[in-house]
Design a protein around this ligand. Structure first.
Ligand code: AMP
Ligand code: ZN
Length: 114
C-alpha cells in the first residue's frame, strides 16, 4: 500500500535499521525503543490488523513468532525473558496499521502493561 509506513520500509523507500530479512518478513529496530532490545517483526505483505488474518496466514504468523524467539535468543534473552506484543486498534495503542510483532527485552517488564 502506497501510503503505509511499513510497506514503504519493506520497499526500502524509507530507511530503517534492518536486523533480519527473509522472503516473508523484515525485522527492524524500533525508532523509539521502549527497552534495550525493541525490534518490530513485520510481514512483507500488507495486513492491517490481526482482525484481517485468515487461516492461510497461520504459517506466516507462526514464522513471525518463531523469529521473535530467535532474535531474543541471539541477543542473549532466551532465559532472562522477553515480551512479544501485537497491538490491535485504538484502545491497544496501534499506530501503524500494518501488523507488526513487538519484541521487547533487556529490562524488567511490568504486568499488566499500561
Ligand atoms: P504500534 O503503536 O503498536 O502500532 O507500534 C508502532 C511502532 O512503530 C512504535 O513503537 C513506533 O516507535 C514504531 N515506528 C514508527 N515509525 C517508525 C520508523 N520509521 N522506523 C522504526 N519504527 C518506527
Ligand atoms: Zn503496509
Amino acid at each position: 500500500m502506497a501510503d503505509c509506513l511499513f510497506c514503504r520500509i519493506v520497499a526500502r523507500e524509507i530507511p530503517s535499521s534492518i536486523v533480519f530479512e527473509d522472503d516473508h518478513m523484515v525485522a527492524i529496530k524500533d525508532i523509539n525503543p521502549r527497552a534495550p532490545l525493541h525490534v518490530l517483526i513485520i510481514p512483507k505483505r500488507h495486513i492491517a490488523t490481526l482482525n484481517d488474518l485468515t487461516s492461510p496466514d497461520d504459517v506466516l504468523v507462526g514464522e513471525l513468532v518463531r523469529r521473535a524467539a530467535a532474535l531474543a535468543a541471539e541477543h542473549g534473552y532466551a532465559e532472562r525473558g522477553f515480551r512479544t506484543v501485537f497491538n490491535t486498534n485504538r484502545e491497544a495503542g496501534q499506530s501503524v496499521f500494518h501488523i507488526h510483532l513487538h519484541l521487547l527485552a533487556g529490562r524488567s517488564l511490568t504486568w499488566p502493561p499500561g
